[in-house]
Design a protein around this ligand. Structure first.
Ligand code: SF4
Ligand code: SF4
Length: 226
């Protein structure tokens, strides 16, 4: 899922400016799971903003609304009335949700209430870690299901580097060496021979370096046109 963290309150307050009516719009999917921008966090943020504005003698109305997924138009259309009434919207969805709202409500200022951090998973209560760099050319079948792009600090496709020590990365002894994890997993799978496979240089054009990406499913588009 997409992992995010709420922005500092002061930063959010600075976005409010002269607005008198603020809609805080949450998303009930990824950002709710990582406890950054779901219904509960929207409530907490709204309370904190109300208190802060009162202390500043500001007369601002904060309205709360959370949709199932802010990255889908069908869901964000359901809060159209609230969006239109507000001077500005603070979205606690990931960057995709914020942009979906901004595209849908062209003349309404939509501001981010969270920082979108990475694609990851919840390891345990209160701990989320990165798992995928969305490189667009997955090689997990060659690396024991451990991503070298996201989990090796240097994104080495053929590792480890010379800095791996006792299972830790040379960047920090708080970071597991991604390539140690790969070796351990390949060993457990009985696939250590895969370490002999030289993974060729990636064409990073399939990742962010090739510019904004799109996926086109022609059959679905043809079907829609019929
Ligand atoms: S190899 Fe690429 S697509 Fe696969 S998990 Fe890693 S970053 Fe994600
Ligand atoms: S020590 Fe391991 S994780 Fe760190 S950069 Fe080297 S191979 Fe990658």
């Amino acid at each position: 899922m997409i992992i995010a963290e709420r922005k500092p309150l002061e930063e959010i307050l600075s976005m409010i400016g002269q607005a008198r009516s603020v809609l805080i719009a949450g998303c009930a999917t990824c950002v709710a799971d990582c406890m950054a921008g779901g219904e509960r966090e929207v409530g907490i943020l709204a309370s904190a903003l109300r208190i802060a504005q009162r202390q500043r003698n500001g007369d601002v109305e904060f309205v709360e609304a959370t949709v199932e997924r802010q990255c889908e138009r069908e869901f964000i259309d359901r809060i159209r009335e609230l969006v239109e009434k507000a001077d500005i919207v603070i979205s606690t969805a990931c960057g995709i949700g914020v942009q979906a709202m901004a595209e849908r409500y062209g003349t309404k200022p939509i501001y981010p209430g969270v920082n979108t951090r990475f694609l990851g998973l919840r390891e345990e209560e209160g701990l989320w870690t990165e798992r995928c760099g969305a490189c667009g050319d997955c090689t997990l079948h060659l690396t024991g299901g451990v991503c070298p792009v996201a989990r090796c600090s240097k994104s080495l496709l053929n590792g480890p580097c010379g800095g791996s020590t006792k299972g830790k990365c040379e960047v920090s002894d708080e970071i597991d060496c991604g390539w140690q994890l790969i070796v351990d997993r390949l060993k457990a799978l009985g696939q250590l021979d895969l370490l002999e496979v030289n993974i060729p240089p990636k064409n990073w054009a399939s990742g962010r370096h090739g510019g904004p990406r799109k996926v086109i499913k022609k059959e679905l588009r043809d079907e829609k046109r019929k």
